[in-house]
Design a binder for this molecule. Structure first.
Ligand code: 4AD
Ligand code: MG
Length: 477
């Protein structure tokens, strides 16, 4: 008796051998054909039942969603659509699923409906495919860094510093919310809190990664990241996963080269290793697009889009060049943008980023050398005194997928920038130390993992590429 998962089994020649498979019923047709799936592949194995040989009460339990062990003989399939099938000899029903109450029936459910059933949605083809690709992407990321001389570094999740300076943080405290200790000025006294100071969930592991890059050379973080921004968009989560490489002796050009090579490499891994799931998701998207007006349909199918990314150079241009394009473009002149670009220094909104990527260049874009005043304090100041060595990578359908920079390694300039932004030196004394002892040119970036999964799977909403999304007013599961 051979016990294989369904993926392995479907790859076998029909050898007339006895097999055992475990899985959940996708469909049961004509009291004869069970489509069984165990999560190892998007494909089901067909199990053919001679119903006269089985008890009726047992057959009645074989509903969509029931967990079974099936024993039988693997044979060449009589029907179309599969090479092999199982002639069933024995069935064990571990747990049934009442069709009256089990929500995941074999019909099309909306993604919104499935978000309400986040604990069951991985039993649909779409979510199983997305989550298998998510898992494969994580592996490809670790593989890439390992093969390129990086060390995996675990940044702390609880921090005392606001790396991005955006202030959108979740507080971590054990103080009594109703009756917190107060200091002489009547403010909450965090000296009495668990850590003896104010602490938060991290918004980025970058600052700590910089410390480690100064000893290990090349490191990366890959961990959960938290932002309390109240943005209910299809691209924001309150809890998301970020990959943050940090490299000593890397300037901005080397940083951009690495980011581009890295993204291409992990997408190539998915093209090579997740074909069945991609084909399924591509078909799903094509069906979805049929209901959209022609103008809103995407020009490329999913797999072609991924190949396009792998095969073409990303367009690189400065923020200043981008502003020139945006100032003079049609939607800006005709006031079609919600935020009209009037002058140099404007922060780019996602409508502008998407115009550059989707309409103007029609390829991924790396923008660099942004105005200092719209970027974080740690980015390296250019000779012009007004731009910093920042870079954002913009993707079609997504907008910003990567944000990174060359870091300010000069102590005096870093101090000046912190002073200008009212960031107390005491708070980041250890970060300043890195500039006092063996400081060197260094760079890094952050890739939003869910945005990468969105792009790779073609899913429109970020809530559908993470198992249990955390968004404003939503932490049910
Ligand atoms: O551009 P961000 O804020 O950059 C940083 O945090 C730097 N410290 C990274 C670094 O240089 N080490 O965030 C990086 C990326 C964004 O480009 C985006 O893809 C993703 O993280 N991201 C989010 N993804 C989902 N939900 C959110 N709320 C996100 N905020 C940022
Ligand atoms: Mg950013």
């Amino acid at each position: 008796m051979v016990s294989l998962n369904i993926k392995e089994l479907l790859a076998k020649e029909p050898l007339s051998q006895e097999v055992t498979v475990n899985g959940w019923v996708k469909t049961f047709r004509s009291n004869r054909f069970i489509a069984l799936n165990d999560g190892s592949t998007i494909n089901n194995v067909q199990c053919v039942v001679d119903f006269e040989q089985f008890d009726e009460t047992l057959l009645r339990q074989i509903n969509t969603g029931a967990a079974l062990t099936v024993e039988g003989i693997l044979v060449e399939s009589q029907g179309k659509g599969q090479n092999v099938e199982i002639q069933v000899k024995d069935i064990t029903v571990h747990g049934g699923a009442d069709p009256e109450t089990y929500p995941i029936q074999p019909k099309k459910h909306s993604l919104e409906f499935l978000r309400e059933k986040a604990h069951l949605r991985v039993r649909t083809n779409t979510f199983a495919a997305v989550m298998r690709i998510r898992s494969a992407l994580s592996f490809a990321i670790h593989k890439y860094f390992r093969e390129n001389g990086f060390y995996y570094f675990h940044a702390p999740i609880i921090t005392g510093s606001d790396a991005e300076g955006a202030g959108e943080m979740f507080r971590v405290t054990t103080l009594d919310g109703k009756n917190p200790p107060l200091d002489d000025n009547g403010n909450v006294d965090y000296k009495e809190d668990f850590f003896g100071k104010e602490t938060n969930l991290t918004v980025s592991g970058q600052l700590e990664a910089e410390a480690y890059a100064m000893g290990l050379g090349k490191v990366y973080t890959f961990g959960p990241t938290f932002r309390a921004e109240n943005s209910n968009t299809s691209r924001h989560l309150a809890e998301f996963w970020m990959i943050e490489p940090e490299m000593a002796f890397f300037d901005l050009d080397a940083n951009m080269d690495l980011a581009e090579d890295f993204i291409k490499n992990v997408i190539m891994y998915i093209l090579e290793n997740c074909e069945d799931d991609l084909v399924f998701l591509e078909k799903r998207l094509l069906d979805e697009e049929k209901s959209k007006p022609q103008a809103e349909r995407s020009e490329m199918a999913l797999i072609d889009k991924l190949k396009f990314i792998v095969e073409n150079r990303f367009k690189r241009l400065t923020y200043t060049e981008a502003i020139d394009i945006l100032k003079n473009c049609k939607p800006n002149k005709k006031k079609k943008f919600q935020y009209i670009i009037e002058e140099w220094g404007a922060d780019l909104q996602s409508e502008h980023e998407r115009f550059l990527v989707e309409k103007h260049f029609k390829c991924p874009v790396i923008l660099f050398d942004y105005p200092a005043k719209i970027k974080a304090f740690y980015m390296r100041l250019n000779e012009d005194g007004k731009t910093v060595r920042a870079m954002d990578i913009l993707f079609p359908g997504i907008g910003e997928i990567v944000g990174g920079s060359q870091r300010e390694e000069r102590l005096d300039i870093l101090k000046e920038k912190m002073a200008a932004l009212d960031i107390p030196e005491e708070e980041l004394w250890w970060y300043l130390d890195l500039r006092k002892f063996g400081t060197v040119v260094h760079s890094g970036f952050g890739l939003g993992f869910e945005r990468l999964v969105q792009f790779t799977t073609g899913m429109g909403n970020i809530r559908d590429v993470i198992p249990f999304p955390r968004t404003p007013q939503n932490a049910e599961f």
